[in-house]
Design a protein around this ligand. Structure first.
Ligand code: NDP
Length: 685
């Protein structure tokens, strides 16, 4: 029996056994947690002095690049984890959700870092806004690394994904992590951390692992730290009010169990494809990970007229589900993660069944595929029907964290929305409907109490990622009983680990702080056209004020002919007179094109491509006889450390463009996005 070790302050600790951990398959003792107490003061000092220093020596782009390499490494080494994962009760496809879902989330955060964060450690949440009439005092927001440590406490059901989905955004945000997995399945997390350690990819001090208790860790945290928690609502409620967390206002993000629901819309009848989709979704959620997913469907709500047909279809599918040794081919559902969970789930089934009808399951399965499984933590897939759900509170309160769902009828939309709300806050709900009007009515109502809402029908089903799958791009977490927290959701998750501050000062000061040009800041006029400078030579604020151009009627006519845009405002003297502008005006896109003609440096040079523009506004009309000019200013530089196909390094440069008229009034405003070559990689012609 192997003794698991904690990785704390740069040392693997643990030689004496404490809690014996059993294989969920056959109950054999496979690992033990260690008995040695950990020095959490040393862990925090190590994280702050070494981890933080190393992480903040890198910028967002560099940390994103490490995440990408790490995700590749984990993908290459995944099979080692699959072997261990089966002892948690996971089938191959259950392990896929945990292991490859985890690596996929790291890949996703690598891309989010590359695409949405700067090559610096200050995120400008602009635009800056003028606060004074003369333009000398402005305000904006920045996000910076919190300069603290993230403590992640995880649940037993996703030993790999659970660590990685919290670690990836924290690492990107520059926070060293101390991770405590649930003891029952900590052997898989330990194997993951050993892999990460062996990869040598992370800066020292970025990640520490606790096997066993958190001891006095929470007492030692400071105001710059963060705690995240996934597990039971009861533990969340206890930890959330830890005196040190309350006293120091340490952010505490909780993701707790919830009574997620799936609603079969009132428009769906027997024979509709959507009815079968509903049944499949419920059965998949009951059996994947043996129902041990915080997002699994616990309450299935169907129109009263469809109750019996749905119950029968679910039962028929569950009957065909082969339960047994998750390592065997053909086995669709393995055991729960531990005998303790088996005991809890069987007890919860008893409570749920009171006054209700067990359609199938409800106990340890009679038939199991495989040998020597008597001591395994198996529970049969269990469908309960509650015919009076408005009168029964237990079905909306008791979560059997296993392959258990309660099916309930509803009479109309009003009633089903009331039933859904009885969960008092859930992570996710699914509505199966063909009718957009039903979706438009129900979803905004349900959104107040559900973290994620999936609308399923025949059109979306072939590409659906499923009710139970949190995605890195979308928010995971729900209000009320679900913990009130938020994880994932793309860059939102990274921002949870950053500190936001409002900054006020002159535009020049704000530009210096944010490393972004702010309108009104001093610009650097230069003799060399900014488009002729390589990435390294460009400085924020380098600017070009162009020559002028008077717009003529011929311009408007020519542009209309070229584009085919003969809108009355440009061509109909009478209608244009009656318009809010009182005269014919130039096309906005002509102004944009003419501005490009004013500022572009035509010869080949370091600017490789223009790939779009942002924040375009036409602010004032440009009429016949108006004279325009443009100011082009280097606004933002991001070094994504990328090279093109020829090996030429390139960076992203955003340019601020202001187009003004003869009275110096702003007529158009936007950012252009370009790729600019690096001098270091380019043979200068
Ligand atoms: P717990 O809430 O007991 O444990 C979750 C995590 O918190 C584990 O890492 C646990 O460690 C840790 N923990 C428990 N008490 C403390 C404490 N006082 N201080 C610091 N850390 C603590 O949940 P379980 O894993 O035991 O599961 C119980 C129930 O929670 C399930 O049956 C299910 O209903 C629900 N659940 C919800 C999940 C979700 O994703 N929302 C996931 C898993 C479970 P240790 O294991 O060492 O006790």
């Amino acid at each position: 029996m192997k003794i698991l070790q904690s990785w704390i302050a740069g040392v693997w600790t643990g030689t004496e056994p404490q809690q014996i951990l059993h294989s969920a398959i056959d109950g054999s003792a496979i690992y033990a947690s260690h008995a040695e107490a950990l020095d959490f003061g040393a862990a925090l000092t190590y994280a702050r002095k070494i981890g933080l220093k190393n992480l903040l020596a890198l910028d967002f782009q560099q940390r994103a690049s490490i995440l990408r390499t790490l995700a590749k490494y984990l993908t290459e080494h995944k099979e080692e984890l699959y072997v261990i994962s089966s002892h948690t009760g996971a089938t191959r496809s259950d392990s896929w959700i945990d292991i490859e879902g985890g690596a996929g989330t790291v890949f996703a955060y690598a891309s989010i870092g590359t695409n949405e964060f700067p090559s610096a450690n200050v995120v400008h949440e602009g635009p800056a806004m003028p606060l004074g009439k003369q333009g000398h005092f402005s305000g904006t927001h920045i996000l910076v690394p919190r300069q603290g440590v993230a403590v992640h406490i995880n649940a037993f059901n996703f030993p790999v994904w659970g660590l990685l989905e919290k670690f990836a955004p924290s690492f990107l945000a520059g926070m060293p992590c101390i991770v405590k997995p649930a003891t029952a399945t900590s052997y898989l997390t330990e194997a993951l951390v050993r892999q990460i350690h062996a990869s040598g990819l992370l800066p020292e001090g970025s990640l520490q692992l606790i096997i066993g208790s958190t001891g006095n860790l929470l007492d030692l945290l400071e105001e710059t730290d963060v705690v995240t928690f996934t597990g039971s609502a009861a533990t969340a409620a206890q930890l959330k009010v830890h005196p040190n967390i309350v006293r120091r206002s340490i952010p505490f993000n909780a993701e707790a169990d919830s009574l997620n629901c799936a609603i079969l819309g009132p428009d769906i009848e027997a024979g509709d494809e959507e009815l079968d989709l509903y049944v499949k979704e419920v059965v998949r959620e009951m059996t994947a990970k043996a129902g041990q997913k915080c997002t699994a469907i616990r309450r299935a709500m169907v129109p009263a007229a469809q109750l019996d047909v749905v119950a029968e279809k679910i039962r028929a599918r569950l009957d065909k589900t082969i339960v047994g040794d998750p390592r065997l081919e053909g086995v669709r559902m393995g055991p729960l993660a531990s005998r303790a969970q088996q005991h809890d789930v069987l007890a919860s089934i008893q409570q749920l069944a009171a006054g209700n009808q067990i359609i199938c399951g409800g106990a340890v399965p009679v038939q199991l595929q495989g040998e020597g499984l008597e001591q395994g933590a198996f529970v049969a897939p269990t469908l309960i029907v509650c015919r009076q759900p408005m009168e029964n509170s237990a079905v909306h309160e008791i979560e059997a964290f296993g392959p258990v769902t309660t099916l309930m009828p509803y009479k109309d939309m009003q009633e089903v929305l009331t039933l859904a709300a009885k969960g008092c806050g859930s992570l996710v709900a699914t509505l199966v409907t063909k009718d957009p009007h039903i979706a438009a009515m129900a979803i905004p109502h349900m959104a107040a109490r559900h973290g994620r809402l999936m609308i399923l029908n025949a059109e979306s089903a072939p590409e659906s990622t499923g009710h139970g799958s949190p995605l890195p791009q979308l928010k995971h977490g729900g209000p009320g009983r679900a913990g009130g927290g938020e994880e994932l959701g793309g860059s939102r998750a990274v921002k949870h680990y950053l500190q936001r501050a409002a900054v006020q000062g002159s535009p020049t000061m704000l530009a210096a702080v944010t490393a972004e040009h702010v309108r009104g800041a001093v610009v650097l006029e230069s003799d060399v056209h900014p488009f002729r400078r390589y990435f390294e030579d460009l400085q924020i604020g380098m600017s070009l004020l162009t020559h002028r151009r008077t717009v003529s009627e011929a311009d408007i006519v020519a542009f209309g002919g070229l584009s085919g845009d003969f809108f009355y405002m440009h061509f109909d003297e009478i209608a244009a007179k009656e318009s809010p502008f009182g005269k014919r005006i130039a096309h906005g896109y002509f102004v944009l094109s003419a501005a490009a003609g004013l500022f572009v440096s035509p010869a080949p040079g370091p600017v490789l491509a223009n790939y779009g523009l942002d924040t375009l506004r036409f602010i004032k009309p440009v009429g016949i006889g108006d004279t325009i000019r443009a100011r082009l200013t280097c606004k933002r530089k991001i070094d994504r450390q990328k090279k093109d196909a020829k090996g030429v390094g390139q960076g992203v440069v955003a340019w601020d463009v202001e187009v003004t008229n003869q009275d110096n009034e702003l007529v158009a405003s936007y950012d252009i996005l370009t790729l600019v070559a690096k001098k270091s990689d380019t043979a200068v012609a």
